[in-house]
Write a protein that binds this ligand. Structure first.
Ligand code: SF4
Length: 1022
């Protein structure tokens, strides 16, 4: 047996090629039969790479493409191929295993008060963790008796979940043996016991490549295979020495342990790593101080590696960044398949990467399988059950009638007709409400209509799924088979083929999976399911089942999972999505056994999975001359934390070896400049923002896909010209509408002139707008009832009052999860923040004097001497005894922040202050001088105290709570200047509206990224 250490990247690949050439040269003439050569690899993709390497080498050496390929298998495939040689019990598939465990767990927890009264709720999720735990124990060679013995001697033997685990394992083994079944892990144990070296006799050479992360039993089986005299074990590492030196937390510890397990020492290095990679391999994950490693770094000028760490504002911008960099490389002549794009969470990133790479025109190959649950074919079937679960809510029905894979796809008018019906009658869904609305409608229409017939058909088809009783799994699967036949999904998938026939592949996998569940049902007829449990089982199964879309061509930029990227040489690597919790993945703490016990039982620990992730990070950094690491700064609306592995680059950063020649490494967003556009959507957006320049026609007339679309959009002119749009009769304006105009005149035009808004979903949930109105109403009503200072002593009383007001505001709404959550959020966060702020506020000698106060008929003189009227509704005005007042605005979301200059983004509050000073100079109480503008940050979006005094006259007020303590305090003159300038803006806005100026001029260009009018706004007339 021979062992060789190969460096990562090109140097290692060259060594593999040399080995293959050696094998090929051993057959001097035809026939070129290599089926006595066995190659074992960890991943399917490496199998294909070896196939290609052989083909190329035979052509190169013998000038022939005719060969009998060697047997290239994944380790997993080979071991099951060997198992077929022993006449062992039937191998049970994963779905049957889950069904069995779910049944056992449910039986064990039923009637046990410690697990609550509803085993049906707990069993599905609990059984999934029990199944994982048993798989790990089984893979480590631990039988139920050994587990029971370990637990007996421990001090946690009386814990409910531990007892459950031990009992479940015991029952599982008993049932398996009674039914003569074997699970995958036990299969390997049996194989180990009965291993016969004779099984390897058909092979003269065996090459084992890239395997280092296996469990105990697999390692022992590899040891037996490696005992073959013609075996060569290839180990990936910078050098044999680096494996020998790997400390406890070093990524190469996995390789070191693996070799130890099969009783081998690292073999000689077959090729030397480059000096850059030698330095990197020592600096990364070193147990020495960063400074000491940095001292050993080469000079930046002589460091021939390009390592960049970049961060973008969001996940989409991160993928745009990667796509943009790859596009640049391709334009400079890089070969697409020499570029790797990898993500630790490829399932999450995959669809976005495909979308943006298509936009950028980048050829790519996404090789990893996809989750069955994400396929539109699977989703269409699940949408039927979701409708049953939600009692046919509006959105669930719309999903069904608009799916092209269900029989309704034949009737394109059904979806709009149903949507119209639900909106007209304001029905959020519900079978009986809909049926009654349909009855009225058909009576009005003088008879039956297509919608009534189709809905009745749908409700009837789903009738078998509405029963409350539990039924055997096999029966549920039969009902599903009937439903699928009714839905006509098979024929429709055939008719609607997706790209690379992904729909057909998904459908094929879906039917296979359902057959497998049906088999599990027949195997274990004793376990029964309610509809909810069965639906959960389906979703869970579809989630962990993957389907492959066989590529027509594996060329292009390679988008791979981390494991799939092994065994290749890359020129450029982009490793994205490097955030904490995803890389390394944050795994839940084991709920059954402590880590130390798991370690002693040889079960993979959390630390081991961290090391596997660290190994990928280490390997990829050493696998190409150019490596770009990236992460999003925000995920959704939450800030993201970069992966802790990036800290390992500290020595390189200190030595100036990171981001050389990069101008901007963080906060990256795509450019909105026309000349910097890299894709058709970016160009369309940039033209919309910056205007159309005739010189662009050269580009727009090129034969590039998508250009014609932009050109025809630009060429389109409405049949009846709307020019110039003047609204001379309008003389009254609200301050809110002027704010909308200032934010973007085009947006104002769409919203206020055309009155167009995106259609809101018909739902029983309160909309964010309604929630905001409720919060405003509660806080107004609070001070209508409460007429004294809020203090520490009476705070409880104030809270009770807020609670009562919240009850009457929210309890009138439907009892939905979101509505309940909104109320809870008001009570737990907003009300508490409000009371905190009020306690302090009342100590300042002010009081809330005007609540939701309307000012109308405020006269604003325009530049041409004419007048218009402004109106406003002010949430609250706080006044002191001298008539000094502050304008208050309650906010449940974000609000503009003060700026150091007089020109502010804050617009409404200063205008309110100027209006209130005039309108209430003889009010009761009298308002004299505005001294402050206040936002209440009720949900804590900005941070700090709820009462945020964003601008105030520091000569009257001191020590105000404000999130911007430098920009907020102003001299009396500066404060007055802000008021004046804002009034000037109001005047300009009115003049712009009256002049019909609705050009797309966003105040903040970032708004365009998320604006729903993005596809409509056009500004070539500007
Ligand atoms: S996309 Fe930008 S320019 Fe167009 S309407 Fe929206 S905010 Fe205005």
């Amino acid at each position: 047996m021979n062992i060789e250490t190969l460096p990562y990247g090109n140097a290692g690949l060259e060594e593999k090629k040399r080995l293959i050439e050696e094998v090929i040269s051993s057959r001097p003439g035809p026939p070129f039969m290599y089926n006595d050569v066995l190659i074992l690899v960890p991943a399917a993709r490496m199998k294909r790479s070896y196939g290609r390497l052989f083909l190329e080498a035979v052509e190169r050496i013998h000038g022939s493409a005719a060969l009998v390929q060697p047997e290239v298998r994944t380790l997993h495939q080979f071991l099951y191929h060997l198992y077929a040689k022993i006449n062992g019990p039937l191998l049970m598939d994963e779905n049957s295993r889950l069904v069995l465990l779910e049944g056992i767990v449910k039986e064990l927890i039923t009637g046990k008060s410690s697990f609550g009264d509803h085993p049906d709720i707990l069993a599905p999720s609990l059984s999934a963790v029990v199944a994982d735990m048993l798989e790990q124990l089984s893979s480590a060679g631990i039988a139920s008796q050994q587990l029971a013995a370990t637990v007996r001697e421990s001090d946690f033997s009386d814990k409910n979940q531990v007892i459950l685990l031990v009992d479940a394992y015991e029952q599982y083994e008993q049932i398996m043996s009674k039914k003569n079944l074997l699970d995958p892990a036990r299969t390997l144990m049996l194989l180990l016991d009965q291993f016969d070296p004779e099984w390897l006799s058909p092979y003269s050479r065996i090459i084992i490549d890239g395997i280092n992360d296996v469990d105990e039993i697999q390692a022992r089986l590899i040891r037996k295979i490696a005992a073959h005299p013609g075996c060569t074990l290839l180990v990936d590492a910078p050098s044999a020495e680096s494996i020998r030196r790997a400390g406890d937390h070093h990524p190469l510890r996995l390789t070191k342990d693996f070799l130890g397990c099969i009783g081998l020492l690292p073999g000689p290095s077959a090729a030397a790593a480059s000096p850059e990679d030698r330095f990197l391999s020592e600096a990364l994950f070193s147990d020495k101080p960063f400074d000491r490693q940095a001292e050993k770094a080469p000079q930046p000028a002589s460091f021939n590696k390009n390592i960049r760490v970049l961060s973008a504002v969001s996940t989409r911008e991160e993928v745009s960044l990667i796509a943009g960099e790859i596009k640049k490389s391709l334009q400079l002549g890089a070969a697409p398949d020499s570029i790797l794009v990898a993500f630790p969470a490829l399932d999450e990133y995959g669809p976005l990467v495909e979308e943006l790479f298509n936009d950028f025109g980048i050829p790519y190959n996404r090789a990893l399988g996809r989750q069955l649950s994400t396929s539109p074919v699977t989703m269409s079937i699940l949408s039927l059950f979701r409708a049953v679960q939600e009692d046919f809510s509006g959105p669930s029905l719309m999903r069904i009638v608009s799916s092209p894979f269900l029989k309704f796809g034949e009737h394109p008018l059904v979806a709009p007709a149903l949507d119209r019906l639900m909106r007209d009658r304001r029905i959020p869904g519900g079978k009986y409400k809909l049926l009654s609305a349909l009855r009225y409608q058909s009576r009005d229409n003088g008879g039956g209509d297509i919608l009534t017939d189709l809905m009745t058909d749908l409700f009837k088809a789903l009738e078998p799924f509405s029963a409350d009783e539990s039924e055997p799994l096999a029966l549920w699967m039969e009902k599903l088979a009937d439903l699928m036949a009714w839905s006509d999904i098979g024929a429709r998938v055939e008719a609607i083929k997706g790209p690379l026939s992904s729909n057909s592949q998904a459908y094929k996998k879906l039917t296979e999976t359902l057959v497998s569940l049906g088999r599990a049902g027949n195997l274990f007829p004793e376990y029964r399911y309610t509809f909810g449990e069965w639906h959960f089982l389906l979703r869970k199964t579809f989630m962990h089942t993957r389907f492959q879309v066989p590529p027509e061509d594996e060329g292009g930029v390679q988008i791979l999972g981390l494991s799939e990227s092994r065994g290749h040489a890359w020129n450029e690597i982009y490793l994205g999505g490097l955030t904490d919790a995803k890389f390394p993945q944050r795994l839940p703490q084991n709920i059954f056994l402590p880590e130390a016990t798991l370690e002693s039982l040889g079960v993979r620990t959390l630390e081991r999975s961290r090391m596997a992730a660290a190994h990928h990070f280490y390997r990829l950094l050493l696998s190409a001359a150019s490596v770009t690491l990236s992460y999003p700064e925000n995920e959704g609306d939450r800030p993201a934390v970069p992966s802790p592995f990036l800290e390992e680059l500290a020595p390189l950063r200190k030595a100036g070896l990171i981001n050389r020649g990069v101008e901007k490494a963080s906060g990256i967003q795509f450019s909105l400049k026309i000349e910097e556009s890299r894709s058709i959507p970016e160009l369309a957006k940039a033209i919309a923002i910056n205007g159309y320049d005739r010189s662009l026609s050269i580009i727009l007339n090129t034969n590039i896909k998508g250009m014609a679309g932009i050109q025809s959009a630009l060429d389109y002119h409405p049949a009846e010209s709307a020019s110039p749009l003047v609204l001379p009769l309008k003389r009254e304006f609200t301050v809110t509408e002027l704010d909308t105009y200032l934010n973007c005149p085009y947006d104002y035009y769409v919203l206020r002139v055309l009155g167009m808004k995106p259609l809101a979903e018909v739902t029983e949930d309160i909309s964010p707008l309604d929630r905001g109105s409720k919060v405003h109403a509660i806080l107004r009503n609070f001070y209508l009832s409460w007429n004294k200072a809020i203090t520490g002593e009476n705070r409880r009383e104030a809270r009770v009052l807020l609670g009562k007001l919240a009850d009457s505001a929210f309890n009138a709404e439907a009892d939905t999860f979101r509505n309940r959550r909104d109320k809870e959020m008001f009570l737990a966060i907003m009300a508490e923040r409000f009371l905190d702020a009020e306690e302090k506020f009342w100590q300042q000698g002010m009081r809330p004097a005007y609540l939701e106060w309307k000012i109308e008929g405020y006269r604003l003189v325009l530049s041409n001497g004419t007048e218009v009227e402004l109106s406003a509704k002010i949430d609250r005005i706080d006044v002191d005894e001298s008539g000094n007042f502050m304008i208050v605005d309650y906010k449940t979301g974000k609000y503009p922040q003060p700026k150091m200059s007089a020109d502010q983004d804050i617009f409404q509050l200063p205008v309110y202050a100027a209006m209130a000073r005039t309108a209430l100079k003889s009010g009761s109480p009298v308002l004299n001088m505005p001294i402050g503008l206040v936002y209440y940050d009720l949900s804590g979006r900005i941070g700090g105290a709820a009462r945020d005094v964003v601008l105030f006259d520091k000569e009257v007020l001191s020590d105000q709570p404000s999130s911007k303590p430098k920009a907020s305090p102003r001299s009396a003159e500066e404060f007055e200047a802000v008021l004046k300038q804002s009034m000037g803006k109001a005047r300009k806005a009115v003049e712009g509206i009256l002049a019909g100026d609705f050009s797309p001029k966003p105040q903040d260009e970032n708004k365009c990224r998320y604006c729903p009018n993005g596809i409509m706004c056009r500004n070539e007339e500007r």
